[in-house]
Design a protein around this ligand. Sequence first.
Ligand SMILES: [Zn+2]
Ligand SMILES: [Zn+2]
Length: 281
Amino acid sequence: MFGIDCHTHTGISPDGVGTAGGLCRSAISQGLQALAITEHIELNRWFSEDHYNMTPRNKWEKFNYSEIMEKAMKQNSSIKDNYGSRIHIVSGLELGQPHADFGLAEAVMHDVRLDYVIASLHELHGKTDFYCLDYEKESVPALMEQYFKELLKICQWGKFDVLGHMTYPLRYIEGEHQIPVEIADYEEQIRACLKALVDHGCGLEINTSGLRQPYGKTFPTMEILKIYREFGGEMITIGSDAHRAEDVGKGVQEGIRMAAEAGFPYLCYFHEREPIYIKIV
Ligand SMILES: [Zn+2]
Ligand SMILES: [Zn+2]
């Protein structure tokens, strides 16, 4: 089956389960052309708790991501040796909150074992992951505005390969908590982010995880894909954001259909931080 999955996690990520071998076997059995393993590296917790003078605010907050990075890179290298003859294995990472320290982010990304870097924004400055916020106490419009403001900073930095799951807060706000968001209110900010991505030669991910969650849509949706295309964007990846082997490849066919409908002739995956384009068939 034609398809790629450029966003997956194993048990090395604090919220994932299973092994990279399990992800690979699932991708190979579906006949996918490429699989990227992209463990979480939350850059704002690269060092120890002592360094930040902080303690975990919830059970998913881990520190010392420098150690997780080393585990992830060792895993990815060995998985390439074991499965690389059957499928293109992409050694990636999902770099959360790179704007916490752009200098550190660039140093982390210098690792020669890396093929691919997804930039993500899971938590706003001074707040926890959107997953853990109390939406009874938060102002949703203020959160959304702050989200796009911080996202713009990341897009304007532009040293990564692809922006991950744009509009991630909607997974919780609209999906889990059923609070409607008028996305048109943020159009100017969204356009600025997409323009910055195109100007820096960065790609956009169609993250299909929302299709199997209450949200029921991709991150981002078709309107946003079309604006990226309008601005001249060419680099589209598709990722299931699987946190277990059973979810590898889920929603990828829908993602491909959307990419084609938005006018993208190619998908891409990455090798040594360069895009490899494959024609949508
Ligand atoms: Zn993420
Ligand atoms: Zn992810």
